[in-house]
Write a protein that binds this ligand. Structure first.
Ligand SMILES: Nc1ncnc2c1ncn2[C@@H]1O[C@H](COP(=O)(O)OP(=O)(O)OP(=O)(O)O)[C@@H](O)[C@H]1O
Ligand SMILES: [Mg+2]
Length: 289
């Protein structure tokens, strides 16, 4: 029985992650923030009213929980461990079914990592079927990922938005498109994620995704990133549902299950997390050691 199955069996009990806090985070290349043409101001009041992390929050319970949540991701992304993970700085926040807290997690994670100062965070709304990121942040919808994939004349600076946090940029989803799955599996998307992983390796890219069992886009996106955060709504999502979603992630290097909305003092801890090299839900990675 692998770690995840054990965790699932406990259903609701939360294991604390085996984070290595001592590992140094070392960007592989020099720092680089590409230019954007537009700038937006995040509506912090709205976010705070909805229970999100703020850019100035240091000591709150939520801030502390996100410190725990981001640490293994950053370790996997930038430490020596990253060598074995393809596109380790690209993270997909997904879930089995709708409303488990993907967007909540993606936004809070982005704010928490941006608060690190020496990291640049790019938050991309890849929930192209049901984009909510812009609205949640209180910013106006603008051309985004879909337009970029459709129109080869557009560059990064045409779709990325700088924010009032200097090291946080956002790319909205853009307009709805009938063939969004095909666009996400296109060569242009592949080139885009390659650029994001290779050219700016001091950067964390967080993709807010659709749910795995409700749309085909999430599976396509999962194949493009180095790390997956699988958000599980603690009190409501059935074990079998999670297992079904995990089957779609079998080829992913690192999958971290994140219990959300848990009524527990360790709410938002990872479970089924085997650390780097134990990619597939706790199974020992063959190439490890
Ligand atoms: N840990 C949490 N604490 C408080 N509110 C939360 C938490 N997680 C999610 N929410 C709230 O629950 C609702 C659903 O969350 P969210 O929109 O992030 O889910 P989602 O998985 O992105 O949904 P969808 O599948 O529709 O994209 C939102 O109103 C969000 O603010
Ligand atoms: Mg969402």
């Amino acid at each position: 029985m692998d770690i995840l199955e054990k965790a699932l069996e406990k259903s609701g009990q939360i294991e604390q992650s085996s984070t290595d806090h001592s590992t140094q985070l070392k960007p592989k290349l020099a720092r680089s923030i590409p230019a954007t043409k537009s700038s937006v101001k995040i509506d912090w009041g709205k976010l705070a009213a909805e229970g999100y992390l703020s850019n100035e929050e240091g000591k709150s319970g939520l801030a502390e929980q996100y410190r725990m949540v981001k640490r293994p991701l950053l370790t996997n992304a930038f430490s020596a461990a990253a060598e074995g993970i393809n596109r380790s700085n690209l993270l997909l926040v997904t879930s089995s079914i709708p409303s488990e807290g993907k967007t909540f997690t993606a936004i809070n994670l982005a704010i928490s990592i941006a608060n690190e100062r020496d990291k640049n965070v790019l938050l991309i709304d890849a929930d192209v079927a049901k984009p909510t990121l812009a609205k949640r942040l209180g910013i106006t919808e603008s051309p985004g990922l879909i337009e970029y994939l459709e129109d080869e004349s557009l560059g990064f600076s045409d779709i990325s938005l700088s924010t009032d946090i200097p090291n946080l940029q956002i790319i909205p989803a853009g307009k709805r498109h009938t063939f969004s799955t095909e666009l996400l599996s296109s060569n242009r998307m592949l080139q885009f994620v390659e650029q994001l992983s290779e050219r700016y390796s001091d950067r964390i890219v967080i993709f807010d995704s659709p749910p795995l069992l409700a749309a085909t886009e999430a599976e396509v996106l999962a194949a493009l990133v180095g790390q997956i955060v699988l958000v599980v709504s603690a009190e409501t999502t059935m074990q079998n549902t999670v297992k079904e979603a995990l089957k779609k992630l079998e080829d992913c290097d690192v999958v971290l299950g994140l219990l959300n909305k848990a009524k527990h003092e360790y709410a938002m801890s990872y479970y089924g997390y085997g650390g780097y090299g134990y990619g597939q839900y706790g199974q020992q990675h063959e190439a490890e050691e």
